[in-house]
Design a protein around this ligand. Structure first.
Ligand code: GLU
Length: 496
């Protein structure tokens, strides 16, 4: 039984080395949920000690992504907190101090091997069909000698002195005990020659100093978990609870997603990157709902969750360690669900930026009028642009043939295109009900079918075959613009 009575301190510790993807967003979400649920704290820590891999703008993208998802942190960049700084690049001296402690305790040692030597060692091991690892030649250098060599300016790294025999057992909340043979582990580098601590040391020290109770992270970190466990032991600190989440599989359910497949996905209008999902017109509510259920479930049927619902219902106990396939049709499904829950005003406000991005001036009040019709029809917010841009454009164009009314003569088509303008002109109060009433009455009078008259009107006012319901469109377009478009179409027909 997992104790969720005490408050948890959890951290999301991304490295700003690229775009924020679904896996990171899910970790952050679970961290946020369990912190809120237990009345604890969610800490955002930027793990940027690997200076070579830093990507400019990645931290900003990360922060924007979390803001967009509504995943707010209690301590971290922009907020501060009692255990800061929360950016590892501002904590270099702290790690150096603790690395030194490990050396003094005999759990780590200075290593002066050159890259040339290390390469030779690796090649030799490969020849002997051994998995490449460090041969430990600097293990026996005394601290005194090592200090002298450092003083003389010799470059060095610090390595962890991993036991050569026995086993290391990591206890994972979801997976139970995982046993690693120490002979398969290496004397991993914990401080590099440029003086920067590696993630393994930096994260351990920070998790301790920041009083983290639960480390929730992707299962790609399982292979390094024995090293982390050993570092915790070396310091004689109380370890946090380890929670390694399920991996994400590509939509087919077979294997992890490759870079090439991610590109293909974007050609299909999907993406595994948070910033793209925003641009594609997915709601953060839907993304949260979707990723929450990739590795967790509440019961076997509830699927709609708001962020507040998730805070109330989430628990580590129901996490599922089995791999989860990324299913984009589910995302579409959740997006539709969450769009339907928006008020008309909210939907108008959410779609408005998509019109702006396409340089279409679409007033919010107008968008609000068409919102009820859109709610039933769009999958992404972006869909609304293609569906409705004709409402806001000055000019639309037609394929003349598309204006021909089906199954009647050209002469009669011309005549109808003329008469229907009069009908529209005669509508005194421009409401949805009166538009519908008068057009329907006229259609009956002329013994026309909807597929004849309404299809003509749709093409005439929009230049599109697919639009929201016709009467809604006429209503939002306004009487004057509707008439002028009908006149334009009449001219085209007349010239045929
Ligand atoms: N900095 C690591 C990353 O980029 C964090 C791993 C962890 O949460 O311990 O994912």
């Amino acid at each position: 039984m997992i104790n969720e009575q005490t408050s948890y301190r959890v951290r999301f510790a991304p490295s700003p080395t690229g775009h924020v993807h679904l896996g990171s967003a899910r970790t952050a979400l679970y961290d946020y949920l369990i912190a809120k649920k237990t009345g604890g704290q969610f800490i955002l820590r930027i793990e940027d000690t690997d200076r070579k891999r830093l990507v400019e703008g990645a931290e900003e993208e990360l922060i924007n992504g979390l803001h967009w998802l509504g995943i707010d942190w209690d301590e971290g960049p922009l907020k501060g907190g009692p255990y800061g700084p929360y950016r590892q690049s501002e904590r270099k001296e702290i790690y150096q101090k603790y690395a030194r402690q490990l050396v003094e305790k005999g759990w780590a040692y200075y290593c002066f091997c050159s890259t040339v030597r290390l390469k030779q060692v690796r090649e030799e091991m490969q020849k002997q069909k051994q998995p490449p690892h460090y041969d430990g030649s600097c293990r026996t250098i005394s601290l005194e000698e090592a200090e002298k060599r450092i003083e003389n300016g010799e470059p060095y790294v610090i390595r962890f002195k991993t036991p050569k025999e026995g086993k290391t057992v990591v206890n994972d909340l979801l997976r139970g005990e995982i046993t690693f043979e120490n002979k398969n582990l290496d004397d991993y580098i914990i401080v590099k020659s440029d003086g920067w601590a590696l993630y393994h040391l930096a994260a351990t020290v920070d998790d301790h100093l920041m009083k983290i109770t639960h480390v929730i992270r992707g299962s790609e970190w399982l292979p390094t978990s024995p090293l982390h466990h050993l570092i915790w032991q070396a310091f004689e600190w109380n370890e946090p609870t380890w929670v390694h989440l399920s991996v994400f599989l590509k939509p087919s359910g077979k294997g992890k997603m490759s870079k090439r497949e991610a590109v293909q996905l974007s050609n299909d209008g999907y993406s595994i990157f948070i910033k793209d999902l925003e641009d594609l017109g997915y709601l953060p509510e839907a993304v949260n709902n979707w990723i929450a259920l990739m590795g967790w479930s509440y019961d076997d049927h509830t699927e709609y969750f708001t962020l507040d619902d998730l805070v109330e219902k989430f628990s580590l106990e129901k996490l599922n360690p089995s791999p989860a396939a990324i299913n984009f049709s589910k995302l579409d499904h959740f997006n539709k669900m969450h769009i339907k829950k928006l008020s008309e005003r909210e939907l108008a406000e959410r779609i408005s930026p998509f019109f702006k991005k396409n340089n279409i001036d679409a007033p919010i009040d107008q968008l609000e009028k068409i919102a009820p019709a859109l709610k039933e029809r769009i999958i992404t917010l972006d869909d609304s642009v293609e569906m409705c841009e004709f409402l806001f454009k000055e000019d639309i164009s037609h394929e003349p043939d598309a204006l021909l009314i089906r199954d009647i003569s050209l002469e009669r088509s011309k005549e109808i295109s003329e008469k229907v303008i009069e009908v529209v002109r005669s509508i005194e109060t421009w409401t949805l009900a009166s538009i519908e009433e008068q057009i329907t009455a006229y259609m009956e009078k002329e013994a026309l079918e909807p597929r004849q008259l309404l299809s003509y009107l749709r093409e005439a006012i929009s230049g599109q075959r697919i639009t929201p319901p016709l009467f809604d469109c006429m209503y939002v377009l306004g009487k004057e613009k509707t008439i002028s478009r009908l006149e334009g179409s009449r001219e085209i027909l007349a010239a045929l």
